[in-house]
Unconditional design. Structure first.
Length: 117
């Protein structure tokens, strides 16, 4: 997105790109690694606690991660074709499970692309 967008109003179709630009690249690197590590039959379940642990290992501050919405990556992945859901327990409802993101390939299992170097 060009710098001009930052100075004036943003169009609805530009918001997703603008939001993605505000998320540090390290966040996507961590998510990509965990998606690849957990992908089975076209689905990957990524625990929020695992994302946070890796980001903190990279020196990111947990409070800042939440305050600046760095984990709001769903729309960025949806724009690339993933079906993404996020679920977290409702503590007042007595639910007890780890918050997680689920990434699903739209047409079943993704194709393995081999690169030869």
């Amino acid at each position: 997105m060009s710098p001009e967008v930052m100075r004036g109003p943003v169009a609805p179709d530009q918001v997703l790109e603008l939001q993605a630009q505000q998320i540090p690249e390290e966040v996507f690197v961590v998510f990509n690694g965990l998606i690849a590590q957990n992908l089975r039959d076209g689905r990957a379940k990524v625990l929020q606690k695992d994302v946070l642990a890796e980001l903190e290992e990279k020196g990111m501050n947990r409070s800042k991660i939440f305050k600046q919405h760095h984990l709001d990556v769903e729309d960025s992945y949806r724009a690339l074709g993933w079906l993404v859901t996020y679920d977290r327990p409702v503590y007042w409802g007595g639910e007890d499970f780890e918050a997680y993101f689920e990434f699903r390939a739209p047409k079943g299992k993704p194709k393995l692309v081999q690169q030869y170097h």
